[in-house]
Ligand binder design. Structure first.
Ligand SMILES: Cc1cc2nc3c(=O)[nH]c(=O)nc-3n(C[C@H](O)[C@H](O)[C@H](O)COP(=O)(O)OP(=O)(O)OC[C@H]3O[C@@H](n4cnc5c(N)ncnc54)[C@H](O)[C@@H]3O)c2cc1C
Length: 258
């Protein structure tokens, strides 16, 4: 099989940043033919010592207009894929599927005024891509980025989030973003304390946002831990905020990571 017939391209690692012992970021070259919508994911492949390849889904952190790809990864102890991925260094090869996938994109919503982006851990990744793309800033009046981690040292991409408003193409819209970090296992002066579900149930999240969730104006994206997604969906459903389907537009879109 020639390289152009393969279902993937071979990209080169440009940068690797270790954030904590279990979190790191990767930047790679990008095939000029690779297209995606902000919020989508690609399948990444690494080659194991025995020559076989392992593949896993990864959301793009980088924007569709960037000429590189960036990913944000967990290290699962003994995990088949992340054990290999976390060993890669600048100059190494990473396989990237030619096609991007996924429905956690703004296409899921036909309308809406407020966008709520609710993430746990590496589930932040697709929201960083969405926030670096211009469309979201044009379409929504208010954007709430909720990012839940266990310990404050796991809050990744803080300079990127803080710097969004300084990008020339976003400057006039920067006031639309309200960033709400949550830390569940310790208290931190700049973060809310508790899980997304707890803070939704007791009203603290909406109080901190200064905005209520309601079907007419709120559109909500959930990404990360499957239990958070299941429990949050149930809470939202009870408030008449429904999953958005192509045959029935709604308020909620989800991406479950495992
Ligand atoms: C659509 C989609 C997009 C994804 N995007 C990302 C991403 O951007 N970054 C990322 O790190 N992972 C992402 N994942 C998860 C990723 O595909 C792998 O599961 C992860 O790399 C672990 O692979 P593994 O073989 O080492 O462990 P696996 O055998 O795949 O997983 C073992 C266990 O590790 C835990 N786990 C897996 N992924 C995570 C995670 N991200 N955070 C916390 N615990 C986890 C779960 O308990 C899981 O059962 C995504 C998954 C899906 C379906």
């Amino acid at each position: 099989m020639t390289a152009s017939e393969e279902k993937f391209t071979r990209q080169t690692l440009l940068d690797v940043q270790t954030l904590t012992p279990s979190l790191f970021t990767l930047r790679t070259t990008r095939d000029p033919g690779f297209r995606f919508r902000a919020g989508q994911f690609a399948r990444l492949g690494v080659t194991k010592a025995d020559g076989s390849a392992v593949w896993r889904a990864y959301s793009m952190v980088s924007a569709p207009h960037d000429d590189y790809l960036e990913f944000f990864s967990i290290v699962v102890p003994g995990g088949e894929f992340t054990s290999e991925l976390s060993r890669l260094r600048v100059g190494d090869e990473l396989r990237v599927d030619r096609q991007a996938f996924g429905f956690l994109t703004l296409d899921r919503f036909v309308d809406g005024r407020d966008l709520w982006l609710l993430s746990t851990g590496t589930g932040l990744a697709p929201f960083l891509s969405i926030l670096q793309d211009f469309e979201v800033w044009q379409r929504f009046e208010r954007i709430f980025l909720v990012y839940s981690v266990r310990e404050a040292c796991e809050l990744a991409y803080q300079p990127l989030i803080a710097g969004l408003g300084e990008r020339d193409y976003l400057a006039e819209h920067a006031g639309k973003l309200r960033y709400l970090p949550l830390v569940t296992r310790e208290t931190h002066p700049a973060a809310l304390h508790g899980r997304i579900t707890t803070l939704l149930e007791n009203g603290e999240l909406e109080r901190a946002a200064g905005q209520v969730l309601e079907p007419e104006h709120s559109r909500i994206m959930l990404c990360g831990n499957p239990q958070m997604i299941e429990d949050t969906r149930a809470l939202l459903k009870a408030r008449d905020l429904q999953l958005s389907l192509s045959r029935r537009p709604g308020q909620v879109a989800v991406e479950t990571y495992w």
